[in-house]
Design a protein around this ligand. Sequence first.
Ligand code: SRM
Ligand code: SF4
Length: 508
Amino acid sequence: MANQFERIKSEKDGLAVKAELEEFARLGWEKIPEDDRDHRLKWLGIFSRKRTPGQFMLRLRIPNGILTSGQMRMLGAIIHPYGSDGVADITTRQNLQLRGIPIEEMPQILGYLKEVGLTSVQSGMDNVRNITGSPLAGIDPDELIDVRGLTRKVQDMITNNGEGNESFSNLPRKFNIAIAGCRDNSIHAEINDLAFVPAFKNGKLGFNVLVGGFFSARRCAEAIPLDVWVDPRDVVALCEAVLLVYRDHGLRANRQKSRLMWLVDEWGIEKFRATLERQIGHALPTAAEKDEVLWHKRDLIGVHAQKQPGLNFVGLHVPVGRLSALEMMELARMAEVYGSGELRLTVEQNVLIPNVPDSRVASLLKEPLLKKFSPHPGPLQRGLVSCTGNQFCNFALIETKNQAVALMEQLEAELEIPQPVRIHWTGCPNSCGQPQVAEIGLMGTTARKDGKPVEAVDIYMGGEVGKDAKLGECVRKGIPCEDLKPVLVELLIEHFGAKLRHPPSVAE
Ligand code: SRM
Ligand code: SF4
């Protein structure tokens, strides 16, 4: 028997709501048919939020995380009218989500997006998510392949240039694609359903291809080699072929077993590869012997020289990725005044301002907004990532973003920590905050304390990123959030060389 989501998709294609949006806006959120409101609208990137009824979230698509100051200013202007409800979040896929929007205004807002060359189409539910790419594409002194054009072309193929593409509107499940052009695997290739990492074959630079990486509540898997090498010119065609094979053969009966890796498991990688060759119509070159991921992942916060002499990118730490409308407008202004008007987002939920001439760096560093979005944050805040949590997400078992920021500040005040520690928070086992890639990962759960249920976390450790990326494992279960601080103090002292700033007061 088909699961609920297969039923919803077969009764009416998700993209059909595009033609109905004006009507939904007239009806108001309470009168929109439930399957359309809570599910199909996600094909337009529009998410109803049960925790804030009537205020919708809009998930964009920002390939490679690159946007212009004009686009950022427009996005700030879109949420500005909604006061403190109108906030934006930088996501763990180099993307932006806008919040607090009433359905009545969505048709007009989608029109504004189009005017500035943006789209939100097919960004949720069983669609391909934002295409991630190396955040330093085109400006990295040690870059191998500039992937900006590729991430854009892959998005254009998948979304039919932002208009919506029915060829890919009924996949078995969500699908993640990442394209790395640098030496440090800065976008977590290993946790994507389809990933490209730079590799030389017979002296020519292209990509080795990985498939099947994903996280879910039921299972987390690292991507495995497909034994295929592609010329950069063939990346778009390969993405299309993989998606068609997944669409036509992916498992659909059990939603918990529908991501690409389950098909690869069922078929074996050889059959998957052979089917892909049939789909694409020719033999595919085997993978290059080794890929060129040679470095640990770089920390992009602070001022760094670009490949272009005399220009720099400045990495600003945005605490847990949360932006207000005015902050977005300020970032847009700063990108214009000091850089080239470009802004970049990272999968660590931070912002880069590229193309800042040497002569402008000092004045940029004096900008008041940099007190909050610091280019030199503390060692824990620097590597902090957090998913949405229970402020907006219905799956959440705990509050994440506020708690994460407050606790990191307290720990930094109490401890001397010799090096940055990457701590990721995620509100439930869906793992949107990727706790498995962190040095310390915290996953929301519930535990019992004094006989009562309380918000708690499972603790993951050992995640490594970049070269030899490896997923962390659960080391402690069910620590109540209110008891978390001493446990983190202990872990930071034992594993990361932290020292107490003052001797703790001895209990009487
Ligand atoms: Fe996620 C569902 C937020 C990245 C795995 N994710 C959700 C929903 C849509 C659930 C919902 O309807 O409330 C969350 C929206 C909450 C909200 O209001 O913001 C949500 N996911 C996010 C974001 C915003 C977290 C963040 O704070 O950055 C990220 C948006 C990325 C984007 O721009 O598209 C986000 N989600 C991820 C990632 C990380 C990644 O892609 O690297 C993962 C794990 C990797 C993966 O998917 O393999 C992830 N999200 C999930 C899952 C589990 C998928 C599965 O196969 O079971 C769900 C639940 C589902 O799809 O059924 C989910
Ligand atoms: Fe929501 Fe869970 Fe994803 Fe956090 S990890 S955004 S709580 S679904």
